[in-house]
Each structure stands twice: as C-alpha cells, then as structure tokens.
Write a protein that binds this ligand. Sequence first.
Ligand code: HEC
Length: 161
Amino acid sequence: MKILFSFILSFIFLVFWSCSDAGDPLSNDCTEGLDCAGECGGTAVEDCAGICDGSALLSNGECTNISYTATIQPIFNTNCTGCHGGSSGLSLSTHTSLMTGGNSGHVVTPGDGSGSRLVKKLRGTASGSRMPQNQDPLDETTINLIETWIDEGALEEPQDN
Ligand code: HEC
C-alpha cells in the first residue's frame, strides 16, 4: 500500500514537473506574460475584429480581410441560429446556407454590403422586422464588420493579396 502511494505521488510530481517549463497557462511561473492564446511569451495578438491571431487588418480606419469562419459565423451562432438554423427559410448555420438565402432569395449581394438584405435587416431598413427579431439590435461595429465582409466579396475565407 505504501509503495503504491509513493508511486502515485511521484507520478503526480513527475507530471507537474514535466509541464512546468512548457508554458502551461495555468501555472504562475510565466514571467514573460501570456499572449491572447494563453501561451507564455507567445506573440499572438488580437486582430481588429477581436480574433486572436486572426488575419483581419485595419486599413483606412476599417477592419478588412475578414474571415467568415473566424469572425462572421460566431456572430450568427450567438445571435441568429436559434431562429435561423433549421431546414426551412433562411439558415445562418454555414457559409453555403447563408449564400443560398431564404424564401425570398439571396440576402447577400457580394460587393454590396449596404445594399444586401442581410445588412438592411440588421439596420431595420428592410421590410419586416429588424433582426435579431424581438431582441436588442447588434451594435454598429458588428453590423459594419458584416457589411465590410460583404463589400470584400462575401468569401468564406479572405484571399491572400
Ligand atoms: C427570434 C427569432 C429570430 C432571430 C433571433 C433572428 N431572426 Fe431573422 N427572421 C426571423 C423571422 C420570423 C423572419 C421572417 C420575418 C421577417 O422578415 O421579418 C426573419 C427574417 C430574416 C431575414 C430575411 C429573410 C428573407 O428571406 O428575406 C434575414 C436576412 C434575417 N432574418 C437575418 C437575421 C440575422 C442576421 C439574425 C441575427 C443577427 C436574425 N435574423 C435573428 C426570426 C429571427
């Protein structure tokens, strides 16, 4: 019994010891500070869209080069897919379903953010209710981000330029 106990103790010690210099974000011995990914001494920074190590860039005061997967889809997951996640009507679950549109056709016009039905619904300037329905509107920064993403071509991933 004693042997088993000390074996377990030394095993636990070994595990902790072997992790301690690996930049474990939970240990307190990181003197260089954590980056946004929680890595000790790492260099990852948030991009202008608030994504850690994301690719979006600030240019002319606007956040550009926006990734649908990293930046836009999470906005829909939080605010929209509760109603727009099914098989009928507009689904905002994937890039493909968004681009397919809803009962009245396309809601995204690539290259024309402010003219897209999706953005008009978020601003409350299209017919029907403002989205998200019966909830607080998205803040203007978020709507602008979606608008810029559409202006940039509404691609699933930004292209390298
Ligand atoms: C509480 C449920 C609910 C939520 C949450 C919601 N919607 Fe809607 N949405 C609806 C309903 C119902 C309609 C159809 C009636 C209308 O257009 O006003 C609709 C219509 C739309 C349309 C027009 C579809 C078409 O075919 O023309 C768009 C675009 C849209 N929603 C986008 C969004 C976005 C983006 C969000 C999240 C920011 C969102 N909605 C959140 C219920 C919701």
